[in-house]
Design a binder for this molecule. Structure first.
Ligand code: ZN
Length: 61
């Protein structure tokens, strides 16, 4: 296995890790069940509920 010849400095390590941070998921309140759900995603349970009720027009989102 290839092994690095020199140890990376604390600075170089920090520079590399400057792109590692994760961003939290955006949450919003589902207009049908009032639960927290990710934005721009169809809430599967409410979609099923919507079609079970005969899909009256558009969903409220
Ligand atoms: Zn929902």
């Amino acid at each position: 296995m290839a092994v690095p010849k020199r140890r990376k400095s604390k600075s170089a390590k920090g520079h590399r890790r400057s792109h590692d941070a994760l961003t939290p998921i955006n949450l919003t309140i589902c207009p049908m069940c009032k639960l927290s759900v990710p934005t721009h995603k169809v809430h599967e349970e409410c979609l099923a509920e919507h079609f079970k009720n005969g899909a009256p027009g558009r969903m409220p989102f």
